[in-house]
Design a protein around this ligand. Structure first.
Ligand code: OGA
Ligand code: MN
Length: 204
């Protein structure tokens, strides 16, 4: 078994059983801090775009974050280790679970205090490419009292609240879990990612 397969064995086992898991050590604290600084600098420099939903990309009260996609060909120096680790995780999950994940897409997201993302499913209506959703959190010293949990709705109608503490990576099957972002008292920063399969319609 390769070391990456071994390292991510716990995550793949949890995904196979529960369809979701939390991983605590994707990056070092210094790497996570560097991403947080870059995200904040981009936000302060007005380089993020208010998010939109639906076919007409209308801005909506359903979603209050602002985002900026990572450019896969020109990743910044601090984005590179993140992308490399996410790729190692993707390949390990492919080996363990035969998911056929061919690539991933990632964006920074910043939620102002009070902003939410209403309950939703990540799979886009016109596409089945998104298999696995991931959220990597960038918020130093986040307390539960700060709010801002990602609420994951489970099949038995219960839910789990995952707080956006720096270094936490949440993974879940995109097609299976409705989820929402609850309002926070602080600015809340994350990287949202989707690992994708080739679209069924595009298979030859
Ligand atoms: C999303 C999303 C969750 C988060 O962007 O689709 O659900 O915690 N984000 O940022
Ligand atoms: Mn989502």
């Amino acid at each position: 078994m390769s070391s990456a397969t071994q390292e991510f064995e716990h995550a793949s086992a949890a995904l196979a059983v529960d369809g979701w898991c939390v991983l605590a050590d994707l990056l070092t604290p210094a790497q996570t801090l560097a991403l947080a600084r870059e995200c904040r600098a981009l936000h302060d420099g007005h380089q993020l775009t208010p998010a939109a939903t639906g076919a007409d990309r209308a801005q909506t009260p359903l979603r209050g974050d602002a985002t900026r996609w990572f450019a896969p060909e020109t990743l910044s120096a601090v984005q590179q280790p993140f992308a490399a680790r996410l790729d190692a995780l993707r390949l390990a999950l492919n080996r363990a679970l035969l998911l056929g994940l061919v690539d991933s897409e990632s964006h920074y997201a910043v939620y102002a205090p009070g902003a939410i993302y209403a309950r939703h499913l990540d799979q886009l209506r016109h596409s089945d490419a998104r298999v696995l959703s991931a959220a990597f959190y960038l918020n130093h010293a986040w307390q539960d009292a700060d709010g801002g949990a990602l609420r994951l709705h489970l099949a038995d109608r219960s839910h789990r609240d995952i707080y956006p503490r720096a270094g936490t990576l949440l993974l879940f099957l995109s097609a299976e879990f409705e989820h929402e972002v609850l309002p926070a008292t602080r600015q809340r920063m994350s990287i949202a990612c989707w690992m994708r399969q080739r679209e069924l319609g595009a298979r030859g």
